[in-house]
Design a protein around this ligand. Structure first.
Ligand code: GDP
Length: 302
């Protein structure tokens, strides 16, 4: 809880500050208050779509011109935001995987924190006693393979890699085959996120998924989209684009520690039918949290 509060410090002070200014000294829910609140939420990086929904919910819940103190209005707002933030299944790193090996394919634009997030997730599984294998299927950047190898060493898990420029699908195939041979529990595969070419990305991810399913028919079990929360509305844009090119079923939002734009988590969680599974609150191995909607909303308001 403390580390979460600390990680969300900038978002919290900006978010709560904006909300407080919008409702300060107000005692009546009228059009003016709602306008100010709408502006506050949008400027706190909650998306326009989600903001309008929140305002609508408040409007239908509180009669117009109703007399309400600042504290009560804030409580209602918190309540409505909490209702919109999607709850996903909580990960239990120590639980028996639903499939063996459980294969996670990690996608997202370069620089958002994919490799770091993979290292952190690998660490959590490893610490819970699971055998993990990583796959370096971002074969376009030497630095990406190298970074993943550094994380592999740090966490103490093997990394399957081939030489630069080799076929990402072939690396994915090798990784899953090696995990099956070793009877590993979890496989996490890094991919290249070259969004400038949507058709190319779609066929590349499609091919990786097809090849993986040749080794294990149900795999990948999870396609995890990593988004950089500090890019605010850009992260929502990337989520739209990635969900158009491939089937995403979990999301990770990184870099919440260095930004005031964490309100974007509310928009992303509400707008996409995909649970936010992880949040990143720092560069170190332990700076990953399971996303818990209640704790997140509490952290913003308290
Ligand atoms: P990739 O290109 O998507 O694989 O991105 P990297 O994992 O290499 O991360 C890019 C940069 O973001 C690195 O400097 C990371 O240390 C940093 N980074 C990743 N996640 C977080 C986070 O949660 N908080 C902070 N402050 N930095 C992060």
């Amino acid at each position: 809880k403390e580390s979460l509060d600390k990680g969300l410090e900038q978002t919290k002070s900006s978010f709560l500050g904006k909300i407080t200014r919008a409702v300060a000294g107000k005692s009546k829910v009228d059009a003016l208050v709602l306008d100010d609140l709408e502006e506050a939420l949008i400027s706190a990086d909650v998306s326009v779509e989600t903001t309008l929904e929140i305002i609508e919910r408040i409007e239908s819940r509180v009669a117009k011109d109703k007399y309400l103190g600042e504290g009560e209005l804030k409580a209602i707002l918190k309540d409505e935001i909490a209702a919109l933030v999607r709850k996903g299944d909580k990960v239990d790193f120590a639980a028996e995987p639903t499939a063996t090996p459980y294969v996670i394919l990690v996608v997202g634009v370069n620089g958002v924190g994919k490799t770091t997030t993979i290292g952190k997730i690998a660490h959590q599984f490893k610490a819970a006693g699971k055998d993990v294998v990583l796959g370096a299927a971002d074969t376009f950047r030497a630095a990406a393979v190298h970074q993943l190898q550094i994380w592999g060493e740090r966490v103490g898990v093997p990394v399957v890699a081939q030489k630069m420029g080799s076929d990402p699908a072939s690396v994915a195939f090798d990784t899953v085959s090696s995990a099956v041979a070793k009877n590993a529990d979890v496989v996490i595969i890094d991919t290249a996120g070259r969004l400038h070419n949507k058709a190319g990305l779609m066929s590349e991810l499609g091919k990786i998924k097809r090849v993986i399913s040749k080794v294990l028919p149900d795999a990948p079990h999870e396609t995890l989209l990593v988004l950089d929360a500090s890019t605010g509305q850009n992260a929502i844009e990337q989520a739209k684009q990635f969900t158009e090119v491939t089937n995403v079923n979990a999301m990770a939002l990184t870099k919440l520690d260095g930004t005031a734009k964490g309100g974007v988590v509310i928009g992303i969680s509400h707008q996409f039918d995909i649970p936010v599974k992880y949040i990143g609150i720092g560069e170190q191995m332990n700076d990953l949290r399971l996303f818990e909607p209640e704790a997140f909303v509490d952290s913003l308001f308290e």
